[in-house]
Design a protein around this ligand. Sequence first.
Ligand SMILES: [Zn+2]
Length: 337
Amino acid sequence: MKYIDLHTDALTKEGVLSVTEESLKKGGCFLECFACFTPHGGLNETLKLCNKFEKMCSSSGYRWVKRAEDLRGEGIHAMLTVEGGEAIEGDLKNLHLLHEKGVRMMTLVWNFDNAIGGTHGGRAVGRTSTAHPVLRAHPERSEGSHRLTDFVLGDSSVALLPQNERRPLGLTPFGREVVESMGELHMLVDVSHGSDALFSDVAAWSKKSGIPFVASHSNARTVCAHSRNLSDGEIKILADCGGVMGLNFYDEFLSSDKSAAGQKSALIAHISHILKVGGEDVLALGSDFDGIPQNAYLKTAADMPRFLEDMCEIFPPRVVEKLAFSNAERVIREIIN
Ligand SMILES: [Zn+2]
C-alpha cells in the first residue's frame, strides 16, 4: 500500500537516517514531506536546507512536488516544507522567497513562541515581538520533550517570562498576515507544535476562507496526555475544516509503554479514537522519522508495509488506505494547485 508522510526531519539530521531513498522505496512511499528544521531559527540556515533538498532531488530519483499536477506517476515524490515560522524572521518577503524556493507547507511555530504565534502548552519564551528569538535547543534534541530549562539562551536580549506571566498565545497580528499570505500562495498551514489558542485562530481563518489546514505530526491528547497532541474538540474542528492530522511515531506522544507491542497498541488506540471523534477523513501520517528517537515498533520508513498490514488486521483496509494515502493527498492536491 502506498503512503504519504507529512513530516520527516531527515533533511536536518546527520548520520544514520530512518528516511533514505532506499528505505522509502522499501516502505512503498509515494510522497515524503522533508522539513527544513533549524533549531537556531533564521532564514539563511533554512535556505541552506532548501539548497540541500534541491541537490538531493537533482542527484536522486526523487520527484519534486511543487504543484498538484506533480502528484502523479511512479517513484518517490518529495515536497519541501519548513518547521518553525521563525525561518521567515518576521518578514513576509521571506515567506514569498521560501515559496519561490519550493516550500509548500510551513509549521507556524516550533517549541517556543515566535513572531507568528504561541507554542504548545503555553510555554511562552522570550518576547513575541522579537522577529526570531535566538534560542538554541538542547543538543540532545528530542521532539516535543523540551521544558524551558532545555533551552540555552543565545541572546541576552531574549528573556524568559516569569512563570505567572506565561499565557497561551494565539496568532499575533503578524501571524494572521502570514496565514493569509500562505493561503494566497497555496501553501499548507501547519499547526503542529502550536498552542490551543493558535489552533483556534487558524481554525477561524480556515472556516472563513474555506481553506483546510493540517496538523502534520500530532496525535490524540485524550489517548496520550501531551500538549503536542490535539484535544477532541480540535480533532473535530480540524475534520470539519477538511484538514488532516498526521500520526506521529514519537513514543512520548503515543504511550508510556515504550515496548514494540505497547507502541503498536498505542497507535491502534490513537487511530480508533481519532476515527471516533473526527471520522475517517481526518487521519493521515506524520512519522517524524529522524526528528525523534527510534520507535521500538516502527524504526524506519522500510517498516511501513508491516505497519499498514498490521493496521489492516484491525481496521477496514479502506480506512487504512485513507490514513496512509488518500486523505493527505486530497488536502495537498487542493492546496498546492
Ligand atoms: Zn516537530
